[in-house]
Design a protein around this ligand. Structure first.
Ligand code: GMT
Length: 380
C-alpha cells in the first residue's frame, strides 16, 4: 500500500507514534510518505520505503496567521496524485483531519477525479483539551465524522470522544505500541548506569514534554521524598514550558545536584533502559506512551490513575497507580520498591511481559494494516 502520514513532527507523543508506525510499515514493505512542515524527529532521512514531503507555508504581510492547514491540504492532494496514494493517515485531529478532508475533496474534483480515503487517529489532547475549546469543537467533530476511518489510542479516549463530541462515526481502538526489540534493557546496563549513578544510587526517570498536564513539579516532590530515604538520582528527559519551575523547585529543596536535566533525546531507550522506576504523575493521559516505553525496558512505572493509563499499567503487577496529586503515595510505592531488589526485578520483568503481550509493534502494526485495507475497500 501507499500511505501518506501526517503528524506533528517535532513535539509530543502523537508524532512519535506516527513516526514509529511509518517506520514499521515501511519495514513491512508499505510505501510511506510523510507530509509535514518538518522532518519527524525520529526519521533519519535514509530509510528504505520512506519519503518525506515538506509543506511550505507562504508568508505575506497580509497573513497575520499563515494558513498552514490550507498549505497542508494542497500538499496532501499533490503527493496523493503524484505518488498514487491509497490513503492518508493523520495523527491528531486538529488541523490534520480538516486538511485531509479538503485534500479528499480536491482530488474528487480533479480532472481524473478519484476518492482518497483518510483515517484519523485521536491521541488525547486533540480531544480532551483543544477539541473542547468552543472555537475548535464543531470543526473537530465535523472532521471526525467525515473521516473514512477513526481510531483512538485507548478505550477511555474512544468513550470520551463519543460522549463529549457526540460523534456519529465508529471509533476503533488501536493501542499505541513499542518496538520490543529496540526498547529493552541494555545488556551492559550496570556499566552504563555508572555515568549517572557513580555511587550505585537508584535511578528514577521521567520523560515528557514538560507541559503543565505532566505535573513536573510532582515529579520533583516525589523524588525529594524518595531521596530522603533511598540514595537516588532523577533523570529528566525532554524539555518544555515547566522546566524552569521544576529547576527552581529542585534548587529550593537543595536536591538539584541529583536532578539531571538531559534535554530532548533521539534514542530515549538508551536512557530509559538504565533506570529503575519511571514517574508519570500526569493530570491526564489518554494512553501514556512514556510508561509503555519504560515498561518495555523493565522500568517499573509509578503513575496516576487517570484517562487510559489503567489500560496500560496493571496496579501492583506491572506498575503502581495513585490519585492525581497524591505525591506521598507515589513516593511510598517508589521507596518500598527501591528497597526491595527482588520485587523491583520481578515487577520490571512483569512490566516488560505486559508490554510484549499487549503492545508490541509486531502485534499492533498489523491491526493498522487490516484497518487500512477495510477503509480502502469500503471507499472503492
Ligand atoms: O501529552 C503529550 O505528551 C502529547 C500528546 C500528543 O498528542 O502528542 O500525547 C497524547 O498522545 C500520546 C500518544 O498517543 C499519548 O500517549 C498521551 O497519553 C497523550 N497525552 C494526553 O492525553 C495528555
Amino acid at each position: 500500500m501507499k500511505i501518506g502520514i501526517t503528524c506533528y513532527p517535532t513535539y509530543g507523543g502523537s508524532g512519535v507514534v506516527a513516526t514509529e508506525l511509518g517506520l514499521e510499515l515501511a519495514q513491512r514493505g508499505q510505501e510511506i510518505h510523510f507530509i509535514s512542515y518538518a522532518q519527524p524527529i525520529r526519521l533519519r532521512g535514509q530509510e528504505p520505503n520512506i519519503h518525506y514531503h515538506e509543506v511550505e507555508v507562504s508568508r505575506y504581510p497580509l497573513f497575520d496567521y499563515p494558513p498552514y492547514d490550507l498549505a497542508l491540504a494542497t500538499r496532501m492532494a499533490e503527493v496523493a496524485q503524484l505518488y498514487d496514494l491509497d490513503l492518508l493517515h493523520v495523527h491528531y485531529a486538529i488541523p490534520h483531519s480538516v486538511s485531509a478532508l479538503l485534500a479528499r475533496q480536491m482530488l474528487a474534483d480533479s480532472p481524473r477525479g478519484r476518492r482518497l480515503p483518510f483515517v484519523t487517529t485521536l491521541h488525547g489532547t486533540d480531544i480532551t483539551l483543544v477539541g473542547l475549546d468552543r472555537s475548535y469543537l464543531p470543526i473537530t467533530r465535523y472532521s471526525i465524522n467525515q473521516s473514512d476511518g477513526v481510531t483512538a489510542v485507548s478505550n477511555y479516549l474512544r468513550d470520551r470522544t463519543l460522549r463529549v463530541f457526540d460523534v456519529k462515526n465508529e471509533i476503533e481502538v488501536i493501542y499505541n505500541s513499542v518496538n520490543c526489540d529496540v526498547y529493552c534493557r541494555p545488556k551492559n546496563s550496570v556499566e552504563l548506569r555508572l555515568e549517572y549513578a557513580p555511587n550505585e544510587e537508584r535511578l528514577l526517570v521521567h520523560l515528557s514534554n514538560f507541559r503543565p498536564v505532566k505535573r513536573l513539579t510532582d515529579v520533583i516532590e516525589i523524588f525529594d521524598r524518595v531521596r530522603k530515604q533511598v540514595p537516588s538520582r532523577l533523570l529528566l528527559i525532554g524539555d518544555g514550558p515547566d522546566r524552569s519551575v521544576a529547576e527552581w523547585l529542585a534548587v529550593q529543596k537543595g536536591i538539584h545536584e541529583d536532578v539531571l536535566f538531559l534535554g530532548k533525546q533521539d534514542q530515549v531507550q538508551d536512557k530509559l533502559g538504565i533506570a529503575d522506576v519511571l514517574l508519570m504523575p500526569s493530570e491526564l493521559e489518554s494512553f501514556g506512551l512514556a510508561a509503555l516505553e519504560g515498561m518495555a525496558c523493565e522500568v517499573v512505572p509509578i503513575a496516576t490513575r487517570t484517562g487510559g493509563v489503567a489500560e496500560v499499567i496493571e496496579h501492583g503487577v506491572s506498575g503502581y497507580l495513585a490519585d492525581v496529586g497524591d505525591v506521598d503515595t507515589m513516593a511510598r510505592y517508589a521507596i518500598d520498591l527501591l528497597n526491595d531488589e527482588s520485587r523491583l526485578r520481578t515487577m520490571g520483568k512483569a512490566a516488560r511481559a505486559a508490554a510484549q503481550a499487549g503492545f508490541c509493534s509486531s502485534k499492533i502494526v498489523p491491526q493498522y494494516e487490516a484497518f487500512y485495507r477495510r477503509v480502502v475497500e469500503r471507499s472503492s
